[in-house]
Design a binder for this molecule. Structure first.
Ligand code: ADP
Length: 488
C-alpha cells in the first residue's frame, strides 16, 4: 500500500479523450495489469490493459484537440503549464512516494527526480514564448523571405521505467509548449507516476486530448502510434534494440523521431585528477538509481599512477552504502527493477571474473528478498569483457587500468554508443583535447552529474537522435516553414 496525502493521485484508469477509462471502449471494469514494488514484489496498483483500439481513439482525440491548442497564444499555453508545474511541486511528496513504490529508488532520489521532472515543465512553459522565427535578406530586391515555426502536430512518447516522471515531462512539456498534442505510453513497470502526472495536468487546465496517457500492450499500442500517419512525431527513450524497431516501424510514414537510447559511458580519471572530486563523481554517476540510468558510468578507466589509490578509496566508500527499500531512512541504493535486471548484472560479473577480473567488493545478491544486488567493484577489467561491451545497468563499477591519454581515448570511443562521457583532470590543455576527442553527445569534466533542464541531453552514434531539454529541446516539436513573398 502506498500512503498518499492525496489518494486520488493513485489511479487505476487511463486518461483518454478527457475521460478516465478502465476498459476497452467503455466505463466497465476491464482487464488490468498489476504494478509491483521491486523491493518486495508486493502489488501497489493496477492499470488497464488497453490496446490498439484505445490507441486509435487517443490519436483521434489528439487530432481533434490540436487546432484549438496550437491556436492559443504561447503565453496562454505557458500559463497552463506553469500551473501544472506548481501542482507537481505541491504534490512532490506523493509523486515521490508513488515512484519509490513502483520503481524502487530511495525516497530522497525519487523526490529529486520529481523536482528535476518539474523543472522541464517550468523551463518549457517559459520557452513557449521564445519560439522565434527569422527574416532572411533576399537575393533579389523584389522578394521578402521569412521563416516561421509551427507545431509538428500530434506526437507520441514511449518512455522507460528508470525515470518514471522526468522522461515524460522532458517530452510532454516541450510538445505542449510548442502547441503539439501528446499521447504517452509509459513503461509497464512504472505507469502510476505517469497517471498521477496526467491527473495534475488535467487539474492545471490542460484540455481534453492535449495530453493523454495509455497503458497496456506495448507492442499493439506502439504499432498503432508508429503506423499512424496522423502521428507526426515519436519521441522514445529506452533500449537501442526497441529504438531500432520503432524507427523501422516509423519509416513508412517518415515520422519525425527523437530517440534517447542506450549508453556505455566511459569515466576517465587521469593521474593529475583531484582524487576527492573523482571519487565523489564516480559514486554519483555510477550508483545513482542503482546504476540504472543511461548516463551512468559503465566503464571506469583509471590511469596507472592513481589507480590503486582510487580503487581503495572507492571501495571504502562503497562498503558504507546502505542497500534496502527506498522508503527506509538512510538507504542509498534501492533494488533493481526486476529479476531480469539482476540476471543481466550477474551474468556480466560472472563473465568478468571468468576472464580474470578481481572482485573487490559486492558481487552477490544480499539476503533481502526482492531484486537487490550489492554495490560492486571489479578491477583488472579488459575491453573484451561484457562489462566493457554492453550497458550493465546495475551497481557494478568495472575498473580498467590505462597508461596514456591516446590509449584511453581509443578505448573510450571503442563502442557503438555515444551518449555521455566523463573525465577528471586538472590540466587545462588536456581538458580541451579530451573533450573534443570523445565521441559522445555529452561530456562531463570534473563532474559526474551533467543533466539539467537548461542543457541539451542526447547522444550520437547508436545512442540516438535529437536533443531534450534546453532551447534545442523545443525545436524537436517544431517544423520550419519558409515563406517567400514576391512584392515586385
Ligand atoms: P528497458 O530495456 O529499459 O525496459 P525498453 O526499450 O524495453 O527498455 O522499453 C522502453 C519502453 O518501450 C517501455 O515503455 C516499453 O513498454 C516500450 N516497448 C518495448 N518494446 C516495445 C515495442 N515492440 N513497441 C512499442 N513499445 C515497446
Amino acid at each position: 500500500m502506498v500512503m498518499l496525502k492525496d489518494p486520488t493521485l493513485l489511479r487505476s484508469d487511463c486518461l483518454i479523450d478527457g475521460k478516465w477509462i478502465t476498459a476497452p471502449g467503455g466505463p466497465a471494469p476491464g482487464r488490468t495489469t498489476p504494478v509491483t514494488d521491486p523491493a518486495t514484489g508486493q502489488i501497489v496498483g493496477q492499470v488497464p490493459d488497453l490496446g490498439a483500439a484505445e490507441a486509435e481513439a487517443a490519436i483521434a482525440s489528439a487530432a481533434r484537440a490540436l487546432p484549438a491548442w496550437s491556436a492559443r497564444t504561447a503565453k496562454d499555453r505557458g500559463a497552463i503549464m506553469r500551473r501544472w508545474f506548481d501542482l507537481v511541486i505541491a504534490n512532490a511528496d506523493d509523486l515521490a512516494a508513488l515512484m519509490t513504490a513502483e520503481q524502487g529508488k530511495p525516497l530522497a532520489e525519487a523526490k529529486g527526480e520529481v523536482l528535476y521532472a518539474a523543472s522541464f515543465i517550468e523551463w518549457f512553459a517559459e520557452e513557449a514564448k521564445r519560439i522565434y522565427g527569422e527574416t532572411i535578406p533576399a537575393p533579389t530586391a523584389d522578394k521578402r523571405l521569412l521563416v516561421i515555426k509551427q507545431p509538428v502536430g500530434v506526437c507520441a512518447a514511449i518512455t522507460p521505467w528508470n525515470f518514471p516522471a522526468a522522461m515524460i515531462t522532458r517530452k510532454a512539456a516541450p510538445a505542449l509548449a510548442a502547441g503539439c498534442t501528446m499521447i504517452v505510453k509509459p513503461a509497464e513497470q512504472t505507469p502510476l507516476t505517469a497517471l498521477a502526472l496526467a491527473v495534475l495536468a488535467e487539474r492545471a487546465g490542460v484540455p481534453a486530448g492535449v495530453l493523454q496517457v495509455i497503458t497496456g500492450d506495448a507492442r499493439a499500442i506502439g504499432g498503432v502510434l508508429t503506423g499512424s500517419d496522423v502521428v507526426r512525431k515519436l519521441s522514445f527513450t529506452g533500449s537501442t534494440e526497441v529504438g531500432r524497431i520503432l524507427m523501422a516501424q516509423s519509416a513508412p510514414t517518415i515520422k519525425k523521431l527523437s530517440l534517447e537510447l542506450g549508453g556505455n559511458a566511459p569515466f576517465i580519471v587521469f593521474d593529475d585528477a583531484d582524487l576527492d572530486a573523482a571519487i565523489e563523481g564516480a559514486l554519483a554517476s555510477k550508483y545513482r538509481n542503482a546504476g540504472q540510468t543511461c548516463v551512468c558510468a559503465n566503464r571506469l578507466y583509471i590511469q596507472s599512477g592513481i589507480h590503486d589509490a582510487f580503487a581503495a578509496r572507492l571501495a571504502e566508500t562503497v562498503r558504507t552504502m546502505k542497500l534496502g527499500r527506498g522508503t527506509e531512512p538512510g538507504v542509498t541504493v534501492g533494488p533493481l527493477i526486476d529479476e531480469a535486471a539482476v540476471q543481466k548484472v550477474e551474468s556480466h560479473v560472472a563473465d568478468a571474473l571468468a576472464q580474470g577480473a578481481t572482485l573487490v567488493t559486492g558481487g552477490r545478491q544480499p539476503p533481502l528478498g526482492g531484486n537487490f544486488y550489492e554495490p560492486t567493484i571489479l578491477t583488472g577489467v579488459t575491453q573484451k569483457m561484457k562489462v566493457a561491451r554492453e550497458e550493465t545497468f546495475g551497481p557494478v563499477a568495472p575498473l580498467f587500468r590505462f597508461e596514456t591519454e591516446e590509449e584511453v581515448i581509443a578505448m573510450a570511443n571503442d563502442t557503438e554508443f555515444g551518449l555521455a562521457a566523463y573525465f577528471y583532470t586538472e590540466n587545462v590543455r588536456r581538458v580541451w583535447r579530451v573533450a573534443e576527442a570523445l565521441e559522445y553527445g555529452m561530456v562531463g569534466h570534473n563532474t559526474g552529474l551533467i543533466s539539467n533542464e537548461v542543457a541539451p541531453f542526447g547522444g550520437i552514434k547508436q545512442s540516438g537522435l535529437g536533443r531534450e531539454g534546453s532551447r534545442h529541446g523545443i525545436e524537436e516539436y517544431l517544423e520550419i516553414k519558409y515563406l517567400c513573398s514576391a512584392i515586385g
